[in-house]
Design a protein around this ligand. Sequence first.
Ligand code: ADP
Ligand code: MG
Length: 239
Amino acid sequence: MASVELRSVEKSFGSVEVLHDINLSLEKGEFIVFVGPSGCGKSTLLRLIAGLEDITRGELFIDGTCVNSVVPAKRGISMVFQSYALYPHMNVYDNMAFGLEQARLSKPEIDRRVREAASMLQIEQYLDRKPKQLSGGQRQRVAIGRAITRQPKVFLFDEPLSNLDAALRVDTRIEIARLHERLAGTTMVYVTHDQIEAMTLADRIVVLNAGRVEQVGTPLELYEKPASRFVAGFIGSPR
Ligand code: ADP
Ligand code: MG
């Protein structure tokens, strides 16, 4: 059974169709990267999976169940945004605990999960700080830590490195790869327009072009056998 499956999914905003006939099957535990130029529909596709946007036509399955009408909080999904999306008035601990309190977990269980995630991301020493007292890289760690505390089946990342400077980008990329190893069995879906991120992180890459899937394959497959000039150009292979 697929972890995430899209069947003939289309998305329109008003009369403008931005995703056309998307068919994808993502395996449990896989690291999938959606790559493609700005405006091709990557974020929209991720938001559909998260339930932040309604699907116009087609069906979305998570662990074999159609979730078209399931609210985001009940999909078993966590999402990390480019902009971190932390609550500015709450300290790091409360930012990480908030969703778990909403889900009515017990205080000891919340505490255990927050401290475990904080330790995994080496942010234990910042639990009392407000987001504005942290660097961009530290904020992104908090956002990732918060996502971990929900123990999602599927982890979604929307260009999580794009607000970081070059050195931090490499560190955080390595961190995310390590996280994938530690959270074995968690499906990761990662959006980027950066070829290097895609090639280094992905088990499989989905190349999107103008709202369509252009090719799906391992980094090596795309490099050696690009299905089109577009893929070759994007992946940087010599064809
Ligand atoms: P990407 O993340 O690949 O840069 P997006 O998914 O953000 O692309 O956008 C895909 C297309 O959908 C773009 O043409 C964008 O303008 C359009 N779009 C995205 N969100 C909305 C919206 N809420 N309303 C109208 N158009 C939108
Ligand atoms: Mg985007």
